[in-house]
Design a protein around this ligand. Structure first.
Ligand code: SAM
Length: 240
């Protein structure tokens, strides 16, 4: 690199806020935003960005780009991963890191477009998220439809959204989910259905009807199993 172009070796980023998310662990979070519209969260901004002045104009905007840190996938020191195994390719085929949206990357920076549902108690209400609870945010930008939506764009690795799995609830699980939905004042049933329709288990893993899977959303532990048909059956929804 020429001397005039010499760059500092490091830049530092400081979080402007944090995401409070319905997803309490990485497993079962959708692999991209917008796949699970019932996935909700809110953004708590840190001082000095918690000033309403910084949000002026956002009432005119329906969607946001969130730049964030994959804080639970930080690269180890001196670790270099040129190729990764994206779940999209079944989790067992490697591809160049820059052709993927994998969490393990040179810098642990993520980018998600989310729906802005409003402002409540000074916090931005967002949905359609693919973010873990506690995710540090480094920036927020408005989605600009004329520039950000490119109907002619091609990505032959991920050309269509993932196929959806069928999800049903066992009777007692549905009863319990209805109770917790009411208590939480959150669309818990839609969240469970949409989240599991993405089939969170690794693509290379064959469904094992004797195995029970579980994940935490809000303050709940949701458990399910795979029927012989491959369909997903929610077996319980209880306080975690
Ligand atoms: N839309 C973003 C992007 O393209 O940069 C994220 C895509 S990444 C494939 C989505 C996955 O990141 C989720 O399924 C979840 O498991 C993981 N994830 C979300 N928030 C995270 C965080 N704070 N730390 C580590 N992993 C996270």
């Amino acid at each position: 690199m020429s001397k005039e172009l010499a760059l500092p070796e490091q830049y530092s980023l400081k979080p402007i806020g944090i995401v409070h998310s319905c997803f309490k662990e990485k497993f079962a979070i959708p692999r991209q935003p917008a796949l699970v519209p019932a996935a909700k969260g809110e953004i708590e901004l840190f001082s000095p960005y918690d000033d309403p002045v910084a949000l002026e104009g956002l009432e005119k905007v329906s969607h946001l780009w969130l730049s964030f840190i994959f804080h639970q996938a930080l690269p180890k020191e001196n670790e270099v991963r040129l190729r990764v195994r994206p779940p999209r390719l079944g989790g067992n085929k490697k591809i160049g890191v820059f052709a993927t949206r994998a969490t393990h990357r040179p810098n642990p920076l993520g980018l998600s477009v989310v729906k802005l549902d409003g402002l409540k108690n000074g916090r931005l209400q967002i949905s359609g998220i693919d973010l873990l609870d506690g995710t540090p945010l480094v920036d927020i930008k408005p989605y600009v439809p004329y520039a950000d939506s490119l109907p002619s764009a091609i990505n032959a690795i991920a050309s269509d959204p993932p196929e959806l799995s069928k999800v049903e609830f066992e009777h007692s699980a549905l009863h319990s989910a209805k109770h917790h939905q009411q208590r939480l004042q959150q669309p818990a049933i839609a969240l469970i259905e949409q989240m599991l329709a993405q089939d969170p288990k690794p693509a290379y893993q064959k469904p094992n009807p004797t195995r029970i899977y579980g994940v935490r959303i809000w303050d709940l532990e949701v458990q399910w199993r795979y029927l012989e048909s491959g369909q997903i059956s929610v077996t319980s929804v209880d306080l975690a």
